[in-house]
Write a protein that binds this ligand. Structure first.
Ligand SMILES: Nc1ncnc2c1ncn2[C@@H]1O[C@H](COP(=O)(O)OP(=O)(O)OP(=O)(O)O)[C@@H](O)[C@H]1O
Length: 683
């Protein structure tokens, strides 16, 4: 360290004193002035630095530099003479300049300091984060925003390597490449998403000084953007749903102006977007008032309103609902159903239901009521038939119970655990029947399902198929059916590969097939194929003795169905019913009895004549005329037997099958009753 002697304690000396105090490379050996009260002398004293009145006091001391203050030039030469060469003697004028420079420096330092403060203030208030590193990759600055984004304090990292602050920082790369990196999307180590710009700091002289990064936290923005994307997706999805819907949809805004319609709407009403969008809701109404406007006014949904819309007065049924968002009505949405389409669909549905009643076989032989000899014969034949694989042909008038027999035969057979499929051959058009019975291959016709479809024969494989109304088949279908029955295989419509089937066929008809063959409306070969095991289900008029039992059965069935509590039918009413000739058979009987039960009071327990329809109760014909088919004359004993059986059965039913009571009512012995019950098979 250089030892300095300050000569002169006035203004110049004070300046020199202050200057040297500020440096670390020089040390003030002493301050000299003839006036020991001079200001620099005072300063030296205060700082514990030696003072004296004569510079010569220091002549033999180790002095490297003598600084002479202004106003003491006279001693300068003297000093130069005396001091060894190595002592630098600085004249007062130079010292003065130095002191001026010192003041200038202080001023500049202050200025820089205040500028730095201002810069820091600015840096800490900008919305972007900022990190500055020096050329050694050490952190120099971390502004407040950066502290917040990184969740780290500047004080903990200042002077430390940037990787301690941010292991993934690219600033060292920027230092190396000296290239800017602008607006780079980066994910920080703490998961935050930022847009960052990194710039190398190069001085005016071209030296690399450091690098800095300015970055913006975009986590929230990205989230919002993502939410926005979600909303967009939902919007696109909703639009796609509305557009693809087969329901005609129209949406209006809160003022009732058209907002959205879909292609189905255009199809039904004949109005395009240009006719509706932005136009008042009334624009599509041909007849009736606008439900959109009503809903906007009342804020209540309306359903099932009939009206006519569009230039073609299309009849529609509309449902309209308000769109309410956070309590505010934003518009309304209407769904229009084309009435003609609904009618068509209902018709189709009805037809389909009627045509294809794909039933479980619900009935067994126990459900078939009838103990007359005619019925017994039919039942016996059916039971035997059930055990064979042969085709059974059920014949008989409409409503006699042929379907019941078909169910019972299936349930009695060893196929009872497999499917029972009923097809009404009369209800299907030829082409439909063919594809329903035999199935079809993909592309067989327009509207054919992809992958094709199994027909009922394939469906019923292992089970039974009940071909009801077989007499109604067209000749072409008869030929096709015959082929299937002969080959025991089906070829799907539009296909060529035969598919083996194992199906038990039960056929039924009320048509006189023999007559049909003569008329050439039924194929003889098919007749022989299906007529192997014919069973005739007798009409009611042929088994009138079964009537009381049937009525009691129907009352029981209807009680269950309608939740009624009717106990029985009166004798008189039974007699009336027995007089009737029942062209509609059991189905008609069911209708008559159930109708009568509906007309009965809830308190009434006995179905009587007054409940019967006039058409039946007014029949004055004698019951005996009806006991045989078409009123044929029978032996007196037979007629008496028939009547006796009916009468005993009626009383027996009325007495709840209590034999003592029945015998008492009939005024015959219990033994006699037993005999008659046995004779007429009434137990
Ligand atoms: N013997 C019977 N015992 C009980 N109910 C019967 C009897 N016969 C018929 N029925 C009932 O009468 C109604 C008509 O019977 P079903 O439909 O079987 O007659 P069908 O001969 O097949 O008629 P169609 O030829 O018109 O198809 C059904 O509700 C059935 O339950």
């Amino acid at each position: 360290m250089k030892q300095v002697l300050i000569v002169g304690g006035g203004k110049g000396g004070t300046a020199l004193f202050n200057l040297l105090q500020a440096t670390s490379r020089m040390s003030i050996k002493a301050v000299v002035d003839s006036d020991l009260n001079a200001p620099a002398i005072q300063l030296a004293k205060n700082a514990g630095i030696p003072v004296s009145a004569n510079w010569k006091d220091w002549i033999f001391e180790e002095i490297d530099i003598v600084l002479e203050a202004t106003g003491v030039e006279e001693v300068l030469d003297e000093i130069i003479d005396v001091r060894p060469r190595k002592t630098v003697v600085v004249p007062g004028a130079v010292a003065n300049i130095i002191s001026e420079l010192l003041y200038e420096k202080e001023y500049l330092v202050e200025k820089v300091k205040s500028q730095a403060n201002r810069l820091e203030l600015i840096l800490n208030h900008i919305h972007d984060g900022m990190i500055v590193i020096d050329k050694n990759e050490k952190v120099e600055l971390l502004n407040k925003r950066a502290e917040r984004i990184l969740n780290k304090n500047e004080s903990d990292y200042k002077g430390k390597h940037i990787f301690e602050l941010l292991p993934s920082s690219r600033l060292p790369n920027v230092l190396k490449s000296q290239r800017r990196e602008l607006n780079q999307k980066t994910i920080l180590d703490n998961g935050k998403k930022v847009i960052s710009t990194r710039i190398p700091i190069i001085s005016k002289t071209g030296d690399l000084v450091g690098a800095f990064a300015v970055f913006k936290d975009i986590t929230e923005v990205v989230k919002l953007a993502e939410e926005n994307t979600d909303l967009n997706e939902i919007k696109t999805m909703l639009e796609a749903i509305i557009k693809s819907s087969d329901e005609a949809i129209s949406v209006v805004d809160e003022k009732g102006n058209g907002l959205i319609i879909n292609p189905a709407y255009t199809r039904i009403t004949g109005l395009a977007e240009a006719d509706v969008i932005g136009k008042p809701a009334t624009v599509d109404i041909a007849e009736g008032e606008s439900m959109h406007l009503k809903v906007l006014e009342t804020r209540r949904a309306v359903r099932g309103v009939h009206m006519k819309v569009g230039p073609h007065n299309k009849e529609v049924i509309v449902n309209v609902a308000p769109i309410i968002v956070q309590g505010k009505i934003k518009g309304s949405v209407g769904v229009l159903h084309d009435v003609s389409e609904i009618q068509l669909l209902t018709k189709e549905l009805k037809r389909a239901r009627q045509i294809i009643r794909n039933l479980e076989a619900r009935y067994t032989f126990d459900d078939i009521i009838g103990t007359s000899s005619e019925m017994k014969l039919a039942l016996e034949q059916a039971k035997v038939g059930a055990k064979t694989p042969a085709i059974v042909l059920l014949r008989g008038e409409s409503g006699t119970g042929k379907e019941l027999f078909a169910h019972a035969i299936h349930n009695e057979s060893d196929r009872k655990h497999n499917k029972f499929i009923r097809v009404n051959c009369a209800a299907l058009s030829e082409s439909l029947l063919e594809s329903e019975l035999f199935g079809y291959e993909e592309g067989a016709f327009t509207g054919a399902k992809t992958g094709g479809k199994k027909g009922f024969f394939e469906e019923a494989n292992g089970g039974s198929i009940f071909l009801d109304e077989i007499g109604e088949l067209s000749l072409t279908m008869q030929a096709k059916l015959l082929r299937v029955l002969q080959e025991k295989e089906v070829v799907r419509v539009g296909g060529s590969t035969p598919i083996s089937i194992d199906v038990r066929v039960i056929a039924a008809t009320n048509v006189n097939l023999e007559k049909a063959i003569m008329n050439r409306s039924f194929r003889e070969d098919l007749y022989y194929r299906i007529n192997k095991l014919p069973i005739t289900v007798p009409a009611i008029k042929e088994r009138i003795s079964d009537l009381p039992e049937l009525i009691q059965h129907i009352i029981y069935k209807m009680n269950n169905e309608y939740g009624r509590d009717v106990e029985r039918i009166s004798m008189k009413a039974t007699e009336q019913l027995m007089k009737y000739h029942w062209p509609g058979n059991v189905r008609e009987l069911e209708n008559v009895v159930s109708r009568a039960m509906i007309f009965m009071d809830n308190t009434e327990k006995v179905l009587d004549v007054e409940h019967l329809p006039n058409t039946i109760s007014n029949k004055q014909e004698d019951a005996f005329v009806n006991v045989t088919a078409e009123g044929d004359i029978v032996k007196l004993q037979d007629a008496l037997d028939i009547y006796e059986k009916q009468y005993i059965n009626m009383v027996f039913q009325r007495c709840n099958k209590n034999k003592t009571k029945t015998a008492k009512e009939l005024q015959i012995s219990v033994r006699n009753l037993y005999y008659k019950l046995d004779k007429y098979n009434l137990e």
